[in-house]
Design a protein around this ligand. Sequence first.
Ligand code: ZN
Length: 257
Amino acid sequence: MAVVGILGVCAGAVYWFTTSQKTGIAADLHVYAPEHLSALPPVLPESANTVPLGVPPAAVTGTTGFEVIDRQADGAPVAWDPCQPIYYVVNNARAPEGGPELLRGAIDKVAFATGLRFAEAGLTNEDPSTSRKFVVDQYGNRFAPVLIAWVSPNEMPELGDDVLALTGTRQAYTDPAGSATVFVSGFVAFDGPAVAELTAADREAVVLHELGHLVGLDHAEEESELMYPELRGTAALQDGDLAGLAALGRGRCFPNL
Ligand SMILES: [Zn+2]
């Protein structure tokens, strides 16, 4: 069973990791040491936004067939702020042929299913790291944009063997009581050469699956779902996946973050 457990309670911010492997079940979660809230960057211009930039399809309202990475005290999923775009940068160093198009297509599907808006902030040479900070010098004094990196195990040793990809999301608590949490940064690292060996359907499935983690989905228990941690030769988002993505698109806004 690929159930990801909570390994600790942190008072600041945590990275949650999930991995995708070539065979069998893969779930791995590490909670890294929290950083102090004083490390948060200043308010961004976008932070005045109080209206969601998009909404998920209204008809998708299911509550089964998916798991979320974390929940608020009131049970709502921890999600990204729908009132701000999710900025991302891409490292194409070891992207498979068609990788950029594959990524954009998958982002479009996740954006539609969640209502969340993604904004490409350019290319980067940054290599992914499990110790990535949520403020990275080269991007200025703000939350680091999500890093989506096509690399090899040379650049990220956690990849390789059976690990095809690894996603980390960074949360920040936004009030002293720690009762409201929002994703503020993250990364997705793909083993580009290994992904290149997959079928087209499995390649798309891996990218969609990792983006599902990025927006807050955990592994599903149902084998039929794309968030089930095994490749099954199809890249179609299933009912539980879509319900989970819709739920994650209905998060609250954090205008003061
Ligand atoms: Zn996974």
